[in-house]
Design a protein around this ligand. Structure first.
Ligand SMILES: Nc1ncnc2c1ncn2[C@@H]1O[C@H](COP(=O)(O)OP(=O)(O)O)[C@@H](O)[C@H]1O
Ligand SMILES: [Mg+2]
Length: 413
């Protein structure tokens, strides 16, 4: 179990996402709540779906965001926690087994550590790096399931492990960006995991819940069932696809399409003869039939939710979800996204923002879920990260794949 971070320490979180880069400086309060000391957001340039496509442009954009942060936060910023997203992120499951050799068959901490090692012993292809090793339920004699098996008895102990891994090239470029800003990365966290950590409440975790973060170019999901993480992943589709669909369907610029999506869009179909006017600054006389606009949006949103439903069903984690679906990320602000999700998943669905987060202008900001989760992760794991000194070590940790997993309960308390 990792040592907890001392109250009063600050951490810096960085999310480099499709539409924006966000730095957040936050501090843990004595009561466990988080106070945000500074926040800087800048529109993303040079990245697509979380991957660097134009290095110089990406560096400038991050540099400007950092400059803004330094303007409103006087303490020096050196180390940060970084979220990682993109369709290159994948998961791998493994189950490990060990025999319980104690005379009385009592399972001790030693057996638990051993079975975790066995479950975590996977080999990834050379071009992949390990991001998280998350342990789920244990099984005793293939019969009884346990969250904490220490003290129980049995002849055989098994552990389930979910590894989250990503593309090495992707990490290398992100690492270079961070280094070029003369910053050090303490640790990285999968953005979907971070978003879930920021919005899920303990009672939802107990009942089982799915978190969907609708971003610009990606949609992350994470299912929490049976008090463990059942599935997580990324789709390379997001709000920008909705915008592009609108632009193509009605011959608009992306900016116009974005505007019309926010002002008149909805995920639901509507029979109406009403038309919507385009943003006036372009002096264009075009109008868009509202019913067609919604048909276009509905098609993309229904497809996106449908893909996630298929993946969750394939993993067998949708049926046991009792607390329903939580939608977050900027895309969750699309009108009636929750109503459509309710139909697709046949589960109650709510739009949520980070909770236990304090600071001006932070209420109802679903687009901050990831960065809020990153600082939560950082506050949880900061004391441990001291052993990595800078990016070189950070890389060494990646190359060796020698990285201790963060137990999920460390994140979701
Ligand atoms: N009011 C709104 N209505 C509809 N979509 C919105 C609204 N606000 C933001 N979005 C969409 O949210 C997406 C960005 O979400 P965000 O979580 O900030 O993305 P990312 O983290 O990937 O940069 C964009 O595609 C944008 O169109
Ligand atoms: Mg996001």
């Amino acid at each position: 179990m990792r040592a907890r971070n001392h109250n009063g320490e600050t951490v810096v979180g960085l999310e480099i996402a499709t539409t924006k880069v966000v730095f957040m400086v936050a501090e843990q309060r004595d009561d466990g709540e988080i106070t945000v000391r500074a926040l800087a957001t800048h529109p993303t340039t040079g990245l697509r779906k979380g991957q660097v496509v134009d290095y110089e442009s990406a560096r400038t954009c991050l540099g400007e965001a950092l400059h803004d942060l330094r303007q409103n936060y006087s303490v020096p910023i050196k180390r940060l926690f970084l979220s990682v997203s993109g369709p290159h992120i994948q998961t791998l499951r493994n189950r490990g087994h060990v025999a319980v050799l104690n005379e009385d068959l009592e399972i001790t901490e030693e057996e638990v550590q051993h079975v975790k090692q066995v479950a975590a012993a996977i080999s990834l292809p050379e071009d992949r790096v390990l991001l998280h090793t998350i342990f789920g339920r244990y099984r005793i004699d293939d019969a009884q399931s346990a969250l904490r098996p220490e003290g129980m008895t049995g002849a055989r102990l098994s552990a389930d492990m979910l590894a989250v891994h990503g593309s090495q090239t992707h990490f290398r470029n992100l690492a270079k960006l961070v280094r070029d800003l003369e910053l050090e990365c303490s640790d990285t966290v999968f953005s979907g995991y971070a978003s879930a950590a920021a919005v899920v409440r303990p009672e939802q975790k107990r009942s089982g819940v799915v978190v969907i973060d609708l971003g610009g170019g990606t949609t992350d999901y994470m299912a929490y069932t049976d008090e463990t993480i059942g599935a997580m992943g990324v789709l390379g589709v997001g709000g920008e696809h909705v915008t592009n669909d609108i632009a193509q369907a009605f011959g608009l610029t992306t900016r116009e399409a974005e505007q019309i999506k926010r002002d008149h869009g909805s995920s639901l179909l509507e029979r109406t003869t009403k038309v919507t006017e385009l943003a006036r600054q372009y002096n264009r006389k075009r109008t868009v039939p509202l019913a067609s606009l919604r048909t276009v949006i509905h098609a993309r949103m229904e497809e996106t939710f449908g893909l996630i439903r298929e993946r969750l069903e394939a993993e067998g984690v949708l049926a046991p979800v009792g607390a329903g679906i939580l939608l977050t990320g900027g895309g969750a602000l699309l009108r009636d996204a929750d109503v459509l999700a309710e139909k697709v998943f046949n589960k109650p669905c709510t739009v949520v923002s980070p909770w236990r987060l304090h600071g001006a202008g932070l209420a109802d900001r679903p687009e901050l879920a990831t960065v809020a989760g990153v600082v939560r992760y950082g506050l949880r794991n900061k004391s441990d990260s001291g052993r990595h000194s800078g990016l070189l070590d950070w890389f060494r940790v990646f190359w060796d794949g020698d990285r201790e997993g963060v137990e999920q309960d460390d994140l979701f308390v």
